[in-house]
Design a protein around this ligand. Structure first.
Ligand code: GLN
Ligand code: ZN
Length: 770
C-alpha cells in the first residue's frame, strides 16, 4: 500500500442482515420452497442491502468504508467457505460450469442433500448465533470459487455507498474448522494456512480493483482460549498478516477482534503491517500504555459501544476510554465492540414498550447514533456534551425506576444460606423417590414438547388477535394435552409429559409470566440461517406473581395414573436466551429467577406433581471464552439451578435436560447440578457420552438420548436396542433412563409416533435381558 486511506471516524463492526421485517428470511424460505427464482432472491437481497446502507448513511455513517459490508445470505463462515472453495469431499464437486460455488451450492452446504448431512452448526463465541463449521483436511483444495463479496461491494458502490467488505479472517476460519472425515488422527486445520492465504490475497486484489479502500478481516477467535497452543496461533497470525499485507494490490486492512480483550495476541497484530486494529473496549479493557505504544502508526478502532446487548451506552464512560486512548497518542476512531447482528434493528419500532423502558435501550440503529456522538466528542467535546449528559441522566434514572429494585426480592436473596442450595444426600432422596414412584428398570419418558402442529400455532395466533376467547384457547390446549397423554399411555411410557402446547417458546413463555421482563414485537435477531429468535428483555428484579404452569400440570396429571412431569426452564437458559440487565452480576439475576422457579416447584408439589424437570440446554452456551473466567461462571450458574430446585422434598424427583453431548469441561458442573435424573443428547454421537459418564463415575439417574429428533428419520427398534446395549455396558442399569435426545416440538406426528413406539419396544426387549 502506498497511501493509507483514512479510517472512518465512526463505524460499525457489522449490522443486522435479516432485514427490518425479516425480509431475507421470507425471500430465502420462498426460494427454498421453489416459490421464487434466483433472480427474485437476488432482488430481495439487494433491496435489503440498499435499505440498510441508506439507513446507516442517514444515521451518520457517511464516510467511505464506514458502512460494514456484512450482508450474508446465511452465515459469514459459510461465506468464507464458498469464497475459498473449501467444500468437503463428501459433497462431491459442487462448482457450476463457470467453476463457481453459486447460490445453489451455497445452500446445499447449509442444508444438506438427501444423502449428505449439512455442515455441522455450532455456536458463534458466547452468542446465540450459530455458524456452519468448515471441514478441512489434507485433501481440501483451496481456490477462489466465488466473488459474491466483490459483487456486493460493486452493487453498493453503484448506488453511491463505499462500503467496507467483511471477510472472516484466515486464522479464525481455520481455528473454527474441524478436521474432515478423511483426515488422519491429530490433523490440525491450521496446518493448511499456507494454502489458504493465497486465496485470501487474490480476493483482496479483486476488492482493491473494484475500488474498496478498506477491508475488514474478522478474527474473534483471537480473544478466546483455544486448544491449539498460543505459540502456534501467534505464528499463524504473524504469518497471515505478513502475507496479506505484502500483497501488491489490496485495500487497507482492519483486523477486528470482538468478544473480549485481545491480550497475548495484541503485540503480534501490532507487529504486523495491518493499517487498523479494532479492539473490544467494552468487554475487554482499554489497552495499557505499553500496548498502545506498540500500536503507533496504526489506527485503533475502539469498540466502546456494546454490539451484543441492548442497553443504552454510558457515553460518559465511553468518552473517558476514548480520551485515554487519545491522550496516549494513538490515532483512535469509534465503533461497536461486536457486530450489531446480535441485537434487533430499532427501538423506535417497539411502541408497546413503556417510554421509560425504551429510553434505557439501544438497538442497532441507536448504537449507530451513539458511535457518531462519541466520534464527535473526540473532535470537539462541547459538541456532544449534551448527549453525553442525557445518557448519564437516563442511566441514573434507570437505577431508581419502579421494578428495577424490589426490596422484597433483595431481602429474600440476602437471607439465603448454604442450606438454601442443598438437598438431602442422594441416597436418601433415591429411597424416598423409589417408594413414591415405583418405576420399572429403564424407565421411559420424553423430554417435554410434542409436535407443535399448525393447529396449535394457529389457535395461539387467533387467541392473540382476539378471534377466539382465552377460554376457547384453553380448551383447545386441554384437548391437545389429552391427546398427547392418551398417546403416551397407548405407547406404554412410564413417565408422561403434557406436551407443552401452550408454550410459544420455552423462555418467552416464562418471561411473559414473570415480573421484571418485557417482550418486543419486532425485536428479531438471527439465530442461524433463516431462523430468528425474539429474545425477551430482563430489565428488573424478577418475581412470580402467581403460579405459571401448575394448572396445566394438574390437569395433565388428572388424566393418568402414571407420574406426570412438571416442566420448567432453568435460570441459566432463561438468561442465555434473553437480553439481560447489565447493572448487576449475572449470578444475582440468575438467583432471582431461581427463587421464582423454586416457588413454582413448591406449588407443583402441592398440586401433586412428583417429578419436575428443569431444562438447562444453554448451560454450556454461556461458558466464558477465557478459561480463567470459567470457574466463576460455573459456580454461579450451577448455584442458581440448585437454588431453584433445592426446596423440593426428598420424594420429589428433579430432572434436568441438556441439549449437547460435548461434556468435557462441564461434566463436573453437570454433576454439581445435583439433579436426580439428567437427560442428554447422545444419539447423534452414537452414545459417546456414556464413556464420559463412566469415566467420571456419574452416580445419579441419566438418560442418554436414543432418538435423534433433529431429522424426520425414524430409528428402528434394533437401532435403539443396540444403543441401549452400549449404554448398559457403561452405566449401571438401575441409573439408566430411556428417552429421545430432545423435545419433539419441531417433528411431525407420523415419524414421532413410530419412533416412540420403537423406543418403548426396544426398552422392553433390553429390560427382559437384565
Ligand atoms: N422441554 C423442552 C422441550 O421438550 C426442552 C427443549 C430444549 O432442550 N431445547 O421442548
Ligand atoms: Zn434439548
Amino acid at each position: 500500500m502506498s497511501n493509507t486511506p483514512v479510517f472512518p471516524s465512526a463505524s460499525l463492526l457489522g449490522y443486522p442482515r435479516i432485514g427490518r421485517r425479516r425480509e431475507l428470511k421470507k425471500a430465502i424460505e420462498a426460494f427454498w420452497a421453489g416459490k421464487i427464482d434466483e433472480a427474485a432472491l437476488d432482488t430481495a437481497a439487494k433491496e435489503i442491502q440498499l435499505v440498510a446502507a441508506r439507513r446507516l448513511s442517514d444515521l451518520g455513517l457517511n464516510e467511505a468504508a464506514a458502512i460494514p459490508g456484512t450482508f450474508s445470505y446465511y452465515d459469514q463462515v459459510l461465506d468464507a467457505t464458498t469464497h475459498i472453495g473449501a467444500v468437503p469431499a463428501r459433497f462431491g464437486d459442487l462448482r457450476n460450469a463457470a467453476g463457481e460455488l453459486d447460490i445453489n451450492a451455497y445452500f446445499t452446504l447449509a442444508r444438506g442433500t438427501g444423502e449428505q448431512q449439512p455442515l455441522e452448526m455450532t455456536k458463534w463465541f458466547d452468542t446465540n448465533y450459530h455458524y456452519l463449521v468448515p471441514e478441512i483436511g489434507p485433501e481440501t483444495n483451496f481456490s477462489l470459487t466465488s466473488n459474491r463479496i466483490v459483487e456486493q461491494f460493486e452493487f453498493a458502490k453503484s448506488n453511491g455507498f463505499i462500503t467496507r467488505p467483511y471477510l472472516l479472517g484466515p486464522v479464525t476460519y481455520l481455528l473454527l474448522s474441524k478436521a474432515s472425515d478423511g483426515a488422519p488422527a491429530g490433523f490440525s486445520p491450521l496446518s493448511r494456512l499456507e494454502d489458504v492465504l493465497p486465496v485470501y490475497a487474490e480476493l483482496l486484489a479483486l476488492l482493491a480493483a473494484a475500488g474498496a479502500s478498506w477491508v475488514q478481516l474478522d478474527e474473534p477467535a483471537l480473544v478466546a482460549d483455544q486448544d491449539v497452543p498460543l505459540t502456534e496461533i501467534q505464528a499463524a497470525v504473524a504469518r497471515s498478516y505478513e502475507v496479506l499485507t505484502s500483497a501488491a494490490e489490496r485495500p487497507a486492512i482492519l483486523v477486528s477482534t470482538p468478544f473480549g480483550a485481545l491480550s497475548e495476541l495484541l503485540p503480534t497484530l501490532a507487529a504486523s503491517n495491518i493499517e487498523a486494529l479494532h479492539i473490544d473496549a467494552f468487554k475487554g479493557a482499554v489497552p495499557s500504555a505499553q500496548e498502545l505504544a506498540l500500536l503507533a502508526g496504526k489506527t485503533v478502532v475502539a469498540g466502546v459501544v456494546d454490539g451484543h446487548n441492548i442497553w443504552r451506552n454510558d457515553l460518559a464512560v465511553s468518552a473517558a476510554k476514548l480520551d485515554a486512548l487519545k491522550a496516549a497518542g494513538v490515532a483512535v476512531t469509534v465503533s461497536t465492540s461486536t457486530s450489531t447482528q446480535h441485537v434487533p434493528h430499532d427501538v423506535d419500532e417497539e411502541t408497546t414498550l413503556s417510554t421509560e423502558l425504551r429510553s434505557w435501550l439501544a438497538f442497532a440503529d441507536q448504537k449507530v447514533a451513539e458511535v457518531v456522538t462519541l466520534s464527535a466528542h473526540l473532535v470537539d467535546p462541547a459538541s456532544s456534551a449534551a448527549a453525553i449528559a442525557e445518557a448519564s441522566a437516563v442511566i441514573a434514572s434507570r437505577a431508581t425506576a419502579a421494578g428495577v429494585q424490589r426490596p422484597e426480592v433483595r431481602a429474600r436473596l440476602a437471607a439465603l444460606t448454604p442450606a438454601s442450595f442443598n438437598r438431602s444426600a442422594f441416597a436418601v432422596r433415591e429411597a424416598a423417590q423409589d417408594t413414591a414412584l415405583n418405576l420399572p428398570p429403564l424407565p421411559t419418558t420424553t423430554i417435554g414438547s410434542f409436535p407443535q402442529t399448525s393447529e396449535i400455532r394457529s389457535a395461539r395466533a387467533r387467541a392473540n388477535k382476539g378471534v377466539i376467547t382465552n377460554g376457547d384457547y384453553e380448551q383447545l390446549m386441554k384437548d391437545e394435552i389429552k391427546r398427547v397423554v392418551n398417546l403416551q399411555e397407548e405407547l406404554g411410557f412410564d413417565v408422561l409429559v403434557h406436551g407443552e402446547p401452550e408454550r410459544n417458546d420455552m423462555v418467552q413463555y416464562f418471561a411473559e409470566n414473570l415480573e421484571g421482563f418485557d417482550v418486543t414485537v419486532h425485536g428479531w435477531v438471527q439465530s442461524y440461517g433463516s431462523r430468528c429468535t425474539r429474545p425477551s428483555i430482563l430489565w428488573g428484579d424478577v418475581t412470580r406473581e402467581k403460579a405459571i404452569t401448575v394448572d396445566w400440570a394438574e390437569y395433565a396429571q388428572s388424566l393418568t395414573n402414571k407420574p406426570m412431569k412438571g416442566m420448567l426452564t432453568g435460570p441459566v437458559t432463561i438468561l442465555a436466551w434473553s437480553f439481560v440487565r447489565d447493572d448487576q452480576p449475572l449470578g444475582d439475576t440468575a438467583n432471582q429467577v431461581g427463587l421464582a422457579l423454586r416457588d413454582e416447584i413448591a406449588d407443583l408439589e402441592a398440586a401433586g406433581i412428583k417429578i419436575i424437570q428443569v431444562d438447562e440446554p444453554a448451560l454450556r452456551e454461556l461458558l466464558p471464552l477465557r478459561r480463567t473466567d470459567q470457574a466463576a461462571y460455573l459456580d454461579w450458574s450451577v448455584n442458581s439451578f440448585r437454588l431453584a430446585t433445592a426446596g423440593a422434598v426428598d420424594g420429589t424427583q428433579i430432572h434436568t435436560h441438556l441439549c449437547y453431548s460435548e461434556f468435557g469441561v462441564i461434566i463436573d458442573a453437570i454433576d454439581g447440578l445435583d439433579a436426580d435424573v439428567t437427560s442428554i443428547e447422545a444419539a447423534r454421537s452414537r452414545m459417546d457420552v456414556v464413556n464420559d459418564l463412566e469415566a467420571h463415575g456419574f452416580g445419579r439417574g441419566v438418560g442418554p438420548g436414543v432418538y435423534d429428533i433433529h431429522s424426520p428419520r425414524v430409528p428402528g427398534q434394533a437401532e435403539v436396542t443396540e444403543l441401549l446395549g452400549t449404554a448398559v455396558k457403561h452405566v449401571p442399569a438401575r441409573q439408566l433412563w430411556v428417552n429421545p435426545d430432545c423435545g419433539l416440538k419441531t417433528r411431525g406426528y407420523a415419524e414421532t409416533e413410530e419412533s416412540l413406539r420403537n423406543l418403548v419396544q426396544a426398552t422392553r426387549e433390553v429390560r427382559a435381558q437384565l
